[in-house]
Design a protein around this ligand. Structure first.
Ligand SMILES: [Zn+2]
Length: 144
């Protein structure tokens, strides 16, 4: 599935979308992104429908809910160093036996073990300038 990175304007503006149907061009303006980007998101699974004339419509509240759903994984990015989300325990845990491995560019792979269930956890991260403070992935991305 296409990975979608939400611009800040979308996160801020989508909660105030109205319970009505927007045209692609209208919604793009309402949430402050290019129409082209919005069309990509529709293709990637954002809620919409096509009328008998072939026009695309997006319901404001459905779209806002979709944005919220996309944001949920963001909690994994706000974990402190040495923490990771254990899928088995279904909660963030402080890893033991932590080791970091250089990946491509600024990315690192953090490996560790869940202290509760002992399963191995791999967590993506960034080099410490990004990872050691509260800057989110999105903020780091915007610096590029
Ligand atoms: Zn666990």
């Amino acid at each position: 599935m296409t990975r979608i990175h939400l611009p800040h304007s979308v996160i801020v503006k989508s909660p105030s979308l109205l319970p009505m149907h927007y045209k692609v061009s209208e919604l793009a303006i309402a949430i402050g992104i290019p129409e082209r980007t919005l069309r990509d998101w529709l293709a990637a699974g954002a809620p919409h429908f096509r009328d008998q004339h072939g026009c695309l419509w997006i319901h404001g509240r459905d779209f806002a809910d979709w944005v919220v759903g996309l944001r949920k994984p963001a909690k994994e990015r706000k974990l402190a160093d040495g923490e990771a989300f254990c899928m088995r325990c279904n909660q963030p845990v402080t890893m033991t036996e932590v080791s970091t491995h250089a990946m491509q560019g600024k990315l690192i792979m953090i490996r560790g073990k869940c202290p509760n269930c002992g399963c191995r956890i791999n967590r993506g991260g960034r080099i410490p300038t990004y990872a050691s403070n509260s800057i989110t992935w999105k903020d780091a991305h915007n610096e590029n």
